[in-house]
Structures are given as structure tokens and as C-alpha cells.
Design a protein around this ligand. Structure first.
Ligand code: FUL
Length: 415
């Protein structure tokens, strides 16, 4: 009996996972470095003043006469986005590419006499401008009759995944949205297998409770806010996995699709900066929802706001104050510098370790605490009351294991 217990305990120890041992894949590290993306919603809803189409829209409504994917991509780049995810099919089931598996698509629209392919045009524009490209394919489908039969629908979904994964080059991310799917059973194992077969480097996004298998997790709200304590490793149905958070939030409050006369919903630069600090600044990914209008262009006001946002992030964090020297996790300035923010980063190849830290500045020959926090992860931005200091240092107070910080960067954002 005793031997059996000892044996079982040894076996359990062999298979037990530790948070501190979980590492990201190289693809996840590369993705986390992208930091900002955009998510583009465009389709029949755009022409019908709707957010959730019920699947009955006539394809004839889809007729953008000035569609310009280059304009979308340029605006995304100006905002600092490094990837773009296109909603290829939303819940209404309408496909923005000429799928072989349904007629409910651009094929039956007047746009380009049914010969157009929005997914192809956007993908090409992304490649030309150096943005990584990803796709959102809604599992919930309110148009296709196959949705009523789980098996048949899995065949349909997997066939469309295969089309998208084989026609449009490397995909950085594949989005599985959970909305509307209550009560429907999907064969997620098959979906993952399909994606891994054709796109082994694409990362699968889904909410933790919607889909157990995934490489990226939904942050859990659409307001653009990650928790202050933000871990990359999560308990995924009893298995610990590296699954970083992505925070998606629309540029116009409450609207993923374009609606007429909704300019007043455009988020202000101040709101966007707060969102940036609560997402990227807490080690999560920020995905801004952008929506072309019924011309097929991003409205001028939205383009301007995206440009302002990108410029402000560059102004604040583009160039750190040049230190006169460094020693360990301390930067020195030979003459006192005015400063009000620091950026901390862990080298994720070694995992995420920091549980609690404080930041100190050397003011009038004394080290004083200027900020503190819990996790760091890919990035942690701390903004504090300005001080004039000859040095800044970070002190890790609690950690899961050996900490590997990237060089500390110090800034002065105040004008
Ligand atoms: C949600 C959807 O229901 C919205 O329409 C939008 O696509 C958003 C990004 O995800 O779950």
C-alpha cells in the first residue's frame, strides 16, 4: 500500500505543471511584440445601419463604390497597428470572399459585378504596407441552414477555414468569436487541426470559456481594459497554458460596424490613451475596431483620430531619455532629469516571473518610491507624478523564479 502511494505521488509530481515552467511559443512571443492591431468590420450591416445582421440581407445591398483597402491599411499603420484582422464572415453569414461553399457572398453582390474579393484586396494591401494579416470567421451563422445540424455545420466551417487558410498567405491570427453560440456544439478539435494543418504559425483567438484550445485569450470585456495583475499563463481546463490576453475595443463607442450619424461616438484621444495604458501598458494586446462606411472608406474623422493616437504614442514612448549609464536594473543620468513614466518589460522567452515590484527614483541623493505594481509580462507602463532625478531603478519584491528584465526605459511625457 505504502509503495503504491509513494509511486502515485511520484507519478503525480512527474506530470504536475508549474506556472513558472510554462513558456510561450516563438509565434506567441512574436505576436506579443506586435502590441497593437485593428479589427475591421464591413459587410451588409454597413449598408443597413445594423450591428448584428439576421442573415436575411439581400446581397444586392453590398455595393461600396469607393472601396479602398489601401486607405484602411494606411490609417491602421498611422495608429501604430502592426496587424490587421478582417471579419471575413460576421454572424449574418455573408462572406467577403467568393467562397466555393456558399452563394451568400460578394459573388452575388453588385460590387465589381460579383467578381470582387474583399479578403484578397485587404490581404494584398497589408502585405504591401508590412502589416501582418489575420481573419475573423464567425462560428455563429444566422444565414446558413447547415447551422441547425452540428455535423454539417462543422464540415462547412472547416471547409471555409481551409479556403481562407490556403488562399491568402500566412495568417498571424484566426479569430473565433463566441457570441450567439449558446447551445451549439462545435468540433473545435477539428477546427484547430484544420488550422494547424495549413497554417501552423497562425494563433487561434477565442474566449477561454468558449473554446478550451487556443493560443490567445479574450480579455473579457470590450472596453479596452486588462486587469492590473495580468498573467500570460492561465489554467485552461486543468492544463496550464501560455495564453496571452487580447483586448478588443471599437473606435466608435458600442459600434463595430459603421452607422450613419454616429460621429459623436468616436472615442477621444484621451480615451484612446487611457485604453492604451490599460491594455498595452498592462502587458495585453490592444485591438482597435475600425469600420469603413458605405462608400468603402474609413470616415475622415476616424482616420484623423487614428493618426492622432499613433502620433501621441510615438511622442510619449518613441524615444526614451538617454541614460548616461546603466548598472543592472538601474539607469543613471549625469545631470538631473525631469521624468514621469517608465516602461518595464520581461524577456518572455524566460517566462513571466514578476509578482510584485516597485520603482524608485533618485531625487536629491535619496531613493524614493515613485510607483509600484504586481505583474510586468511583455510590457508594463507606469505613469507617476513628475520628479527630477539622477537615476531610476526597479526592485522586484516577489517573483515565481529567476527574473529576466529587458533594459528599463524612462520618459518624460509632460509638455
Ligand atoms: C462580438 C460580436 O458579437 C460583435 O459583433 C463584434 O464582432 C465583436 C468583435 O465580437 O462578440
Amino acid at each position: 500500500m505504502r509503495t503504491a502511494i509513494v509511486f502515485l505521488a511520484a507519478l503525480a509530481a512527474l506530470f504536475a505543471q508549474n506556472f513558472a515552467d510554462i513558456r510561450p511559443s516563438p509565434q506567441q512571443i512574436g505576436w506579443q511584440e506586435l502590441e497593437i492591431g485593428v479589427l475591421v468590420h464591413f459587410g451588409p450591416n454597413t449598408f443597413m445601419d445594423r450591428e448584428w445582421g439576421d442573415g436575411t440581407a439581400d446581397p444586392a445591398v453590398f455595393d461600396p463604390n469607393q472601396l479602398d483597402a489601401e486607405q484602411w491599411v494606411r490609417a491602421a499603420k498611422a495608429a501604430g497597428a502592426r496587424y490587421l484582422i478582417l471579419v471575413a464572415k460576421h454572424h449574418d453569414g455573408f462572406c467577403l470572399w467568393p467562397s466555393r461553399h456558399t452563394d451568400y457572398s460578394v459573388k452575388r453582390s453588385p460590387w465589381k459585378q460579383g467578381k470582387g474579393d474583399v479578403v484578397g484586396e485587404v490581404e494584398q494591401a497589408c502585405r504591401r504596407h508590412g502589416l501582418a494579416f489575420g481573419i475573423y470567421l464567425s462560428p455563429w451563422d444566422r444565414h446558413d441552414p447547415r447551422y441547425a445540424d452540428n455535423r454539417k455545420y462543422d464540415d462547412y466551417y472547416a471547409a471555409q477555414m481551409t479556403e481562407l487558410a490556403t488562399r491568402y498567405g500566412p495568417l498571424v491570427e484566426f479569430w473565433l468569436d463566441g457570441a450567439g453560440s449558446e447551445g451549439h456544439v462545435y468540433d473545435f478539435v477539428r477546427y484547430v487541426r484544420t488550422m494547424r494543418t495549413y497554417q501552423p504559425n497562425a494563433l487561434l483567438f477565442a474566449s477561454l470559456d468558449f473554446m478550451p484550445y487556443g493560443d490567445i485569450r479574450w480579455v473579457g470585456n470590450e472596453s479596452g481594459s486588462a486587469p492590473e495583475e495580468n498573467w500570460n499563463v492561465v489554467d485552461n481546463y486543468g492544463i496550464l497554458r501560455w495564453r496571452p490576453a487580447e483586448a478588443d475595443t471599437p473606435l466608435r463607442r458600442g459600434h463595430w460596424f459603421w452607422h450613419p450619424n454616429s460621429e459623436k461616438r468616436l472615442k477621444s484621444l484621451e480615451e484612446l490613451m487611457e485604453i492604451y495604458h490599460k491594455t498595452v501598458g498592462r502587458g495585453a494586446q490592444l485591438v482597435l475596431g475600425i469600420a469603413p462606411d458605405n462608400r468603402g472608406l474609413l470616415p475622415e474623422a476616424d482616420v484623423k483620430r487614428l493618426e492622432e493616437f499613433g502620433a501621441e504614442v510615438r511622442r510619449l514612448y518613441g524615444t526614451p531619455l538617454p541614460p548616461s549609464g546603466r548598472s543592472g536594473d538601474v539607469v543613471h543620468f549625469s545631470t538631473p532629469r525631469r521624468l514621469d513614466r517608465v516602461v518595464l518589460q520581461e524577456d518572455l522567452a524566460h517566462g513571466q516571473m514578476v509578482r510584485r515590484f516597485r520603482v524608485e527614483a533618485r531625487v536629491a541623493d535619496q531613493w524614493v518610491e515613485v510607483s509600484r505594481g504586481t505583474t510586468i509580462g511583455h510590457k508594463r507602463i507606469l505613469v507617476f507624478e513628475p520628479v527630477t532625478a539622477t537615476g531610476v531603478r526597479v526592485a522586484v519584491e516577489a517573483a515565481m523564479g529567476a527574473v529576466h528584465l529587458k533594459p528599463l526605459a524612462v520618459y518624460h511625457g509632460g509638455r
